[in-house]
Ligand binder design. Structure first.
Ligand SMILES: C[S@@+](CC[C@H](N)C(=O)[O-])C[C@H]1O[C@@H](n2cnc3c(N)ncnc32)[C@H](O)[C@@H]1O
Length: 227
């Protein structure tokens, strides 16, 4: 099992984890926190969840790390999706379970697993969500390679992460790799390189302060074997 922020036990069982889970489920509150703390606009995160609402019946979505399940807001009861929510924190998984039960969502499986070793078969998912996890992991390139393994050819990755850099005061003051819930934190350029190294084509990247929003797609089988 790989540890980053989780090397010190269940970091998210703390008051920080409770506060974090509370505001992330509330876009307006989360927007205020993001603006005050990070000096950026978090709306692209919530907007990108439209990919969940648009997923076709019978498709499979993997949400890793799922945290307390803020992305479940975009899943409609009866949508007919297999939704696999993965996290290393038992307390976050318990919060996500409560969310699933409260909303009476079907087809949601919760998995206690490391982002770099998810017990799912290769080419078994259509959409992979990687929200605010890369900066917590000890080995983000390994987590992106795992997402690419699990996605089918043509499958989509949608995500967000905090990035380090020197162009922003908050980045310099608040982003401390290997402290708090941070693991190995990359720069925006590194995240882009990691996406390409994992096999994702033409990543679309948007920045707001230290917040990076990304979407990318694996090449489809036709592009791999032209003719
Ligand atoms: C900042 S939270 C993001 C949660 C959620 N995606 C969201 O949008 O709020 C980071 C999450 O990563 C999880 N995590 C940290 N290291 C992990 C690892 N190696 N494998 C899987 N999950 C991990 C934590 O337990 C936590 O739930």
């Amino acid at each position: 099992m790989q540890f980053g922020s989780m090397g010190r036990g269940d970091y998210y069982a703390s008051p920080f984890g409770i506060a974090y889970s509370t505001y992330m489920e509330r876009p307006r509150l989360s927007g205020l926190v993001a603006w005050l703390v990070w000096g950026g606009d978090v709306r692209p995160y919530y907007e990108s969840m439209a990919a969940i609402a648009k997923a076709a019946p019978d498709s499979t979505i993997v949400d890793c790390p799922c945290g307390a399940g803020p992305a479940l807001r975009a899943l409609r009861p009866g949508q007919g999706i297999r939704y696999v929510a993965v996290d290393l924190s038992p307390s976050m998984l318990r919060r996500a379970r409560r969310r699933v039960d409260r909303r009476d969502l079907q087809g949601v499986e919760l998995l206690h697993a490391d982002a770099a070793r998810i017990p799912l078969p290769a080419e078994s998912a259509d959409l992979f969500l990687s929200y605010w996890g890369l900066h917590c992991f000890p080995d983000p390139p390994a987590a992106l390679a795992e997402a690419a393994r699990i996605l089918r050819p043509g499958g989509r990755l949608v995500g967000a992460a905090l990035v380090k850099g020197r162009d922003n005061l908050r980045q310099r003051l608040l982003i401390r790799p290997w402290r708090g819930d941070f693991g190995r934190v990359g720069t925006a350029a590194e995240v882009s390189d990691w996406l390409e190294a994992a096999g994702f084509a033409d990543p679309q990247i948007e920045r707001s302060g230290p917040m990076l929003f990304f979407a990318a797609q694996l090449p489809s089988r036709d592009r791999e074997n032209p003719g």
